[in-house]
Design a protein around this ligand. Sequence first.
Ligand SMILES: [Zn+2]
Length: 162
Amino acid sequence: MRIGIGYDVHRLVEGRKLILGGVKIPYPKGLEGHSDADVLTHAICDALLGAAGERDLGEHFPDTDARYKEICSLELLKEVGGLLAGKGWTIENIDSVVVMETPKLNPFKQKIKEKICETLGLDSDRVNVKATTTEGLGYLGRSEAVASYAVCLLKKGDGFLF
Ligand SMILES: [Zn+2]
């Protein structure tokens, strides 16, 4: 078994959609980035790549590559899932936290979880999505950015889940 950790931050700006875990969240601002800047999905990708010893998301999908401009990050997650499956890894579980002051993520957590499970071909009890704030402290507390953490456990063996 192998564990991995992922962390990501994107700036909240005007004129962008807010996409978290592949779900569009109604909010006047969105996350800035080369792709759709889905901070949660990026953290999950990095946790998965890390556990497999496969470097990081930026190396696999460089933000200088026009192919990834505005790309839906679930497509990147799907590729990461395929890469791991190809190397014989199965995903035991993924846990994650989104850190943001506003908007409240609670109404969207279930849908986000479903999207991630669907993308990776996992049963719904293998992925968990949590949300927290920083109680108004710092750049996250001022809603200048959204951060996300993820951890995962991979297993090598039979029964591919992808
Ligand atoms: Zn990112």
